[in-house]
Write a protein that binds this ligand. Structure first.
Ligand SMILES: Cc1cc2nc3c(=O)[nH]c(=O)nc-3n(C[C@H](O)[C@H](O)[C@H](O)COP(=O)(O)OP(=O)(O)OC[C@H]3O[C@@H](n4cnc5c(N)ncnc54)[C@H](O)[C@@H]3O)c2cc1C
Length: 446
């Protein structure tokens, strides 16, 4: 037994799950990795988180911190190390009704948040899936269904409670430990464990949500006209174009334009969505008024053995015709990944670049590819994927950490331009000089 374990047993009031235990298998895995950690710790309080951090540090074991467990790189588990699983810290509390100030535990999921805020007619722009964690998504961005109106999830964050590598509890906001607050809005889990986030939530009504489908053959014109329209569309409208989905026919899969119109006025919604309906020959349209929480997908783990490879990049307005051309060609191959293009801009681009560590605020689109399947299928699809990304490279910049499976230094450099990385490394030196929090797109202290 690890000698530090005795101290953990004394100080820790949460659940300790070890190999052989009843829950071990399910507690070891995340959405994209199976893992075989030596210990899964489920703290029930901030003191438990402190005890867990002390244990991981003194035991000298690899540490994974898990929020919702959805990182494509499988950061939320490991082999032989410690997992601090925050799922018991999932409280959602409105702490100031007038200001719509909400305090959310670091292990909550966005489905839990949407459900808790719905009775108060509030919501926070987050992502598109209920099971995704507030922690991982917010720490590096958060491109959700209200992104053009309210910005990234991290743009609604006003404070955080953080347990740092030396197990101290630190409060971060623009007034307190402001450099840490800057870093945790974009810099991921590099600086400590966020035990609670405070957000300003937004009033919400029901929203119009659904998709309009077009024939695959119209991909190039639909995509170009969609991107042109989104440049001037009302910011209540957020939209994602999805095509080449192998499960929907691969090269013959329809081009789906998914939308949320943030409002319940049918006239205004139609005014915003009708230009999308005119992008091509409509083959399906299931847009309907629904509670915001129902616009979120359920998510959840795939069958064991199924892997995801996600890659992403940002696109500036002037590069849109080039990427449309490349993607419209790529989708005709049987080996094409699923391709999704998200409209960003709007409120995201109005936040000053230096206000947070999220680096690509001026991009118009965020583009991502997904390859899904058992390992042999992933390997077989790799050459085609590499070819697509080689073609895209001159026309895109950076990468969005939340949709990025690889985690090489090159990938980290794509997420954080040099100036951002330098500033993050300075914060890392201050709060985690020994790089305890390394299972992430890692910013090295040196
Ligand atoms: C089905 C699916 C749908 C998605 N949809 C969207 C979307 O619409 N928009 C979008 O922007 N992204 C989306 N994502 C990407 C998602 O934001 C990232 O995968 C994110 O990392 C998930 O966070 P998590 O807490 O669930 O993951 P985890 O794997 O638990 O954590 C991810 C990283 O964050 C760290 N971390 C998590 N919580 C904390 C905490 N409280 N304190 C310190 N560090 C922490 C972990 O250590 C790890 O490094 C989606 C992913 C999936 C799988």
């Amino acid at each position: 037994m690890n000698p530090a374990f005795g101290t953990l047993r004394r100080d820790f009031g949460g659940d300790i799950i070890e190999p052989g235990g009843a829950e071990y298998e399910s507690a070891s895995r995340t959405v994209s990795a199976l893992g075989s950690p030596a210990y899964v710790l489920r703290p029930k309080s901030v003191r438990d988180v402190q005890a867990s951090v002390r244990f991981a540090a003194s035991a000298g074991l690899l540490l994974s911190v898990r929020g919702g467990g959805h990182a494509f790189a499988g950061f939320g588990t490991n082999d032989g190390g410690v997992v601090i699983d925050l799922s018991n810290l999932a409280n959602v509390e409105i702490i100031d009704k007038e200001r719509h100030l909400v305090r959310i535990g670091g292990g909550a999921t966005w489905g839990e948040v949407a459900a808790a805020l719905a009775p108060h007619a509030l919501a926070i722009s987050s992502g598109d899936t209920k099971s995704v964690g507030v922690g991982g998504l917010t720490l590096t961005g958060g491109i959700g269904w209200k992104v053009r109106k309210y910005g990234l999830a991290l743009d609604s964050e006003v404070a955080a409670e953080v347990v740092t590598a030396n197990a101290e509890v630190v409060h971060a906001s623009t007034q307190q430990n402001s450099e840490l607050f800057w870093a945790i809005r974009g810099g991921g889990g590099n600086f400590g464990i966020v035990t609670a986030f405070e957000f300003v939530a937004h009033p919400t009504t029901d929203v119009f949500h659904g998709k309009v489908a077009f024939p695959a053959s119209q991909a190039a014109t639909v995509l170009q006209s969609w991107a042109d329209y989104m440049r001037t569309a009302p910011e209540e409208l957020t939209s994602v174009a999805v095509f080449a989905n192998p499960l929907a026919g691969g090269p013959d899969a329809p081009v789906e334009i998914h939308v949320v119109f943030d409002g319940d006025d049918l006239g205004l919604a139609d005014q915003a969505i009708d230009p999308i309906r005119r992008l091509g020959t409509v083959t399906g349209d299931d847009i309907a008024l629904k509670p915001y929480a129902d616009a979120l997908e359920d998510g959840g783990p795939p069958p064991p053995g199924i892997q995801f490879v996600a890659r992403s990049a940002f696109v500036a307005a002037e590069s849109v015709p080039d990427i449309v051309h490349i993607l419209a060609q790529a989708r005709t191959s049987q080996r094409s990944p699923v391709i999704a293009v998200r409209s960003v801009g709007g409120a995201v681009s109005r936040v000053p670049d230096e206000a947070t560590a999220y680096a690509y605020r001026q991009a118009e689109l965020m583009l991502l590819t997904f390859t899904v399947g058992p390992e042999p299928a992933i390997e077989a699809a790799r050459p085609a994927l590499e070819t697509i990304w080689e073609k895209l490279a001159p026309h895109v910049s950076g990468a969005y950490a939340n949709f990025l499976t690889p985690a090489t230094e090159e990938d980290v450099a794509a997420i954080y331009p040099a100036q951002t990385y330098k500033r993050l490394a300075a914060v890392k030196r201050r709060y985690d000089p020994g790089n305890l929090f390394a299972r992430n797109h890692n910013v090295r202290p040196r």
